[in-house]
Design a protein around this ligand. Structure first.
Ligand SMILES: Cc1cc2nc3c(=O)[nH]c(=O)nc-3n(C[C@H](O)[C@H](O)[C@H](O)COP(=O)(O)OP(=O)(O)OC[C@H]3O[C@@H](n4cnc5c(N)ncnc54)[C@H](O)[C@@H]3O)c2cc1C
Length: 375
């Protein structure tokens, strides 16, 4: 975030919520065997703990955007537009056509338009398999619980700090939001059934349905689930399981979920979008980029430097989601193996030096611009 802009980092700091217990400052998640459910001194037993240098940082996207938007000069932004398609005029300018009938001309387009990206369709073609997201055969119920009630159900330590309850073909994660006043709960289920409508990635669900599906969980977790509203949102978990063959075409590129939408099990989808933005910002600001003629080389460099890491996340997230649900091949319900998998993969996500990554990309860009590196 700091590489993108100091203000982005400050916006994040303003709205983010962390684990409430000082002893859990560096804890990402405590992992709990949902079936053991033994309360010792009011605390459900921990199978293992995953920590990192930053701990658990959660925020509501809308709150973050409200802060971030203050950074943009008003005369440079337009909101409420929906891109329909992109054409090129006779002078090499790109023309964006919006569904309100307006158009806008530009030298380059960075499509950060989410999992159903129109810009990705323009790059790969509407009939390419990567033009559409893929159902991961997991869905998730999502609800909020007042923190006081959650503490009464599972104890303060579990409720006030990020926690993952692992079960067979399902898992629940909880973490504090709203500066600790509320507990956010997401209950994932694996299913062999298809999602009925790929155009609608959510449906309404019932608490009774959720209670039935998680009825084998221990009594403390069940108590927690019963605190949810009777009507719940259900999210289908889609990703770009069919990877895009490229993140750019000419002076059009994609970043964030448009390029590499992932299931949420590594908790890193947005983090990787921020990495994309940091690299694009650094490359576009390079002193060698002086006109639109250098822009294709910028996007080619970005594609070469980002694509394999980002597409690894999509694949790894599916795998780690199965580990949480005791169903990954060769891992099963062996907690030692699950912990090792998480540590290894979280290391690939977290142990990177973004400044070095950007510096390497700038070197590559200069080679491309001097003609010594072909696409
Ligand atoms: C259940 C769940 C849990 C998650 N948990 C985490 C987590 O813990 N940590 C993490 O890092 N990530 C997490 N993620 C992933 C994270 O939410 C996404 O990676 C991130 O929001 C992607 O940002 P984005 O800007 O690329 O896309 P989006 O947030 O999808 O934004 C795309 C924007 O483009 C706009 N748009 C779409 N089409 C058009 C169009 N045609 N014209 C103009 N605008 C358009 C949309 O309105 C939207 O504003 C989670 C995702 C899910 C589903």
């Amino acid at each position: 975030m700091k590489v993108c802009h100091q203000g982005i980092y400050e916006a994040f700091e303003t709205v983010c919520t962390r684990n409430l217990s000082p002893s859990k400052e560096k804890v990402w998640f405590d992992y709990v065997d949902a079936y053991s459910d033994v309360m010792s001194d009011g605390v459900l037993a921990t199978a293992f703990t995953i920590s990192n240098s930053l701990g658990q940082n959660g925020l509501h996207r809308a709150h973050f955007l409200d802060e971030a938007v203050k950074l943009f000069p008003k005369q440079l932004v337009s909101f409420g537009k929906r891109l329909q398609n992109i054409t090129e005029d006779g002078n090499g300018r790109l023309v964006m056509h919006f569904d309100d009938g307006t158009v806008a001309e530009t030298d380059a387009i960075i499509g950060c338009d989410g999992i159903k990206s129109r810009v990705r369709q323009a790059i790969v073609g509407p009939d390419h398999p990567s033009a559409r997201p893929v159902y991961t055969h997991k869905y998730a119920y999502r609800g909020l619980i007042p923190m006081e009630d959650a503490c009464a159900a599972v104890g303060e330590e579990r409720a006030q700090n990020a926690c993952m309850y692992m079960g067979h073909d399902k898992h629940i994660l909880t973490f504090p939001v709203n500066h600790g006043k509320t507990l956010n709960l997401v209950a994932f289920r694996t299913t062999s059934e298809d999602w009925p409508d790929a155009q609608r990635l959510t449906r309404s669900g019932e608490l009774n349905e959720l209670l039935h599906e998680f009825e084998d969980y221990g009594p403390a977790v069940i108590k927690l689930l019963k605190l949810l509203d009777p009507k719940l949102n259900v999210w289908a978990i889609f990703d770009l399981g069919y990877p895009a063959p490229t993140f750019y075409k000419g002076r059009i590129c994609i970043s964030g979920d448009a390029a590499h939408a992932t299931s949420p099990h590594h908790g890193a989808g947005a983090g990787f979008c921020i990495e994309d933005s940091a690299m694009l910002a650094e490359l576009l600001a390079d002193e060698q980029v002086k006109s639109r003629h250098e822009l294709e080389a910028v996007f080619a460099t970005y594609d070469a430097e980002r694509r394999s890491r980002a597409q690894w996340l999509v694949e790894s997230s599916r795998w780690i989601g199965d580990c949480y649900e005791l169903r990954a091949e060769g891992i099963g319900n062996d907690f030692t193996k699950i912990e090792a998998e998480i540590k290894k993969r979280n290391g690939i996500i977290a142990d990177i030096n973004i400044e070095e990554m950007c510096a390497r990309a700038k070197d590559e860009l200069r080679k491309r611009l001097s003609g010594s590196c072909e696409r």
